[in-house]
Design a protein around this ligand. Structure first.
Ligand SMILES: [Zn+2]
Length: 225
């Protein structure tokens, strides 16, 4: 893709260049809603494909798009780096013999030392951001207006939230899966506990707001975009 794009640019074949860039923009969207739709699409593709297919076969790879984005479309760098930063540092593209099918890889040889440093710094900043956000919400002093003892369940949700983020390094996916209502069939987990309707509504609003603010903050996590 990078080679074709460079040729189209060099020889000023604008329609071809624009077509390629349109596909890339679709894969790396600039809004949270579109991002969620793409993630759901990759999951559906994997689910409906043969057992030997891995996520790398049906979803885009970050290192090649970062190289391309620096030259042709810097706006998508933030989401590309987000995806890179949530992956294990040693995630290798297309080599998932030991990994689950949904694991995604990186063409590490395409990353510069500066790219790796940006991803590492971004990962640190994202973890601090979500920790500060949860702390500022003071969820440990949750009050249930229906007096149904929801605060204990909310406390445990916060524990699970932190644990999931530490394990996955994936703030957006964790915040989505921790919502109390199953809004996207097949892509979201239901939190099974006894929280009243009003508290669930408040909890979901808090997570939705955090997701939106986190997504909007992505460019600030990674230096030199
Ligand atoms: Zn309640």
């Amino acid at each position: 893709m990078y080679g074709a794009l460079k040729l189209a640019d060099k020889f000023r074949i604008e329609p071809l260049r624009d077509t390629i860039l349109a596909y890339i923009r679709e894969d790396w969207p600039l809004t949270l809603q579109s991002w969620d739709e793409r993630e759901a699409l990759y999951s559906r593709r994997l689910k409906t494909s043969l057992g030997s297919t891995t996520m790398d076969d049906v979803a885009p790879e970050p290192a090649s798009v970062i190289r391309l984005a620096r030259k042709f479309e810097p706006r998508i760098l933030a989401v590309a780096f987000y995806h890179l930063a949530r992956l294990p540092v040693n995630a290798t593209y297309g080599q998932h013999n030991q990994a689950p099918r949904h694991a995604r890889g990186v063409r590490g040889h395409l990353l510069s030392p500066a790219d790796r440093e940006s991803a590492a710094l971004g990962r640190e900043r994202m973890m601090r951001w979500i920790t500060d956000r949860v702390e500022a919400l003071m969820l440990d002093t949750w009050t249930c207006t229906a007096d149904e003892g929801c605060h204990t369940h909310i406390f445990w949700r916060v524990v699970v939230l932190h644990r999931s983020i530490m394990r996955s390094m994936d703030v957006l996916t964790t915040l989505r899966s921790m919502r109390s209502h199953k809004v996207e069939r097949g892509t979201s987990e239901v939190v099974e506990d006894a929280v009243c309707k009003e508290c669930n509504g408040r909890w979901d609003q808090i997570l939705n707001d955090a997701r939106r603010d986190f997504f909007d903050s992505l460019p600030s996590f990674f230096p030199d975009l």
